[in-house]
Ligand binder design. Structure first.
Ligand SMILES: [Zn+2]
Length: 304
């Protein structure tokens, strides 16, 4: 997929302008156990863990991510209050426990559980290690996909795409076609230091191209659902927010490239506590050196 220089520059400009549009007084991060409709039968559920997406229409139900074992019952109860129809499908955006920890709890209530094949493999390994044996596999997704997967529920079509390594090696973007809403899972953490799971196949360079592909591929007026958001920033947004996080990763890569060019070690390269232009990021600051370290490793690997 091509990404023209012109649209790249345009997106960059939008990204820089984004910070000034934010209204810090709105504390979205504190919303707990809340179902929020967005548009055209699609909405979000926020509690603890990754933002859950849902579709409830006259023909069926889909849920995106299951949070934790103790919050998943709130998801099921909330759906039950809104419809008597069964949940056709639970889709996992990726493997992390704040997005899949409720899978086993929701298992009896859902028709199938879909995830990227790499996410399922990682989940299977994690379960095996945790149990010291075959372990409890009841929460494992039963329907893997590699590049794309789709399902129609009533008049809505849900399209899953895997764009390559980014947050993990098994991330899915989930597009509600008629609603024009894309659930990104942890491909986007709204103004929080993004986590990157390199052992699970994540990549900084990959993440940049995945965000650029997504900005190209979906309609310019698409609404995006984010896996996480810092207090003061909403769990949903636009491509401007994607461009902002893409610019962050480009700045991280520049830090690592400069360190290598100037002959500094990996240890020296990751000895930073903030990054110009992104000082307002919230959450876990140690994720900055973590991501710089991954960028350093990727650049070194390219030189070999
Ligand atoms: Zn994650």
């Amino acid at each position: 997929m091509t990404y023209s220089r012109r649209s790249f520059l345009k997106a960059s400009t939008l990204g820089i302008g984004a910070a000034s549009l934010v209204r810090p007084e709105a504390v979205f991060g504190a919303r707990r156990n809340v179902f929020t409709p967005l548009r055209r039968n699609v909405g979000i559920f926020t509690e603890r863990g990754g933002t859950v997406g849902w579709l409830i229409n006259n023909d069926g139900v889909a849920v995106i991510d299951s949070q934790f074992a103790d919050t998943a019952p709130m998801i099921v109860t909330g759906i039950r209050e809104r419809t008597r129809l069964p949940i056709d499908v639970l889709i996992n955006t990726h493997q992390h426990p704040d997005h899949t920890g409720g899978n086993a709890v929701m298992r009896p209530s859902v028709g199938k559980i879909v995830a990227h094949e790499r996410a399922i493999a990682n989940l299977r390994n994690a379960a095996a290690q945790r149990q010291g044996g075959p372990g409890d596999m009841s929460g494992l997704p039963d329907t893997p996909f590699s590049t794309s997967w789709s399902v129609s529920i009533g008049d809505e079509t849900i399209r899953l795409r895997h764009y390559g390594p980014a947050h993990t090696g098994g991330d899915a973007a989930i597009f509600f076609e008629r609603a024009n809403i894309v659930h990104l899972g942890d491909l986007l953490n709204n103004r929080g230091w993004p986590n990157l799971d390199a052992p699970a196949g994540g990549s900084v360079h990959g993440w940049v191209s995945v965000l650029e592909t997504i900005m190209q591929e979906y309609p310019t007026d698409a609404l995006y659902i984010f896996g996480h958001n810092e207090a003061g920033y909403p769990p949903t947004g636009t491509r401007t927010d994607l461009a902002f996080q893409r610019d962050y990763f480009l700045a991280v890569i520049e830090v690592a490239a400069t360190a290598i060019r100037e002959g500094r070690s990996r240890e020296q390269a990751i000895s930073l506590t903030t990054l110009a232009g992104f000082e307002h990021f919230g959450g876990q600051a140690p994720r900055l050196p973590l991501v710089v370290g991954v960028a350093y490793d990727e650049l070194q690997a390219r030189r070999r």
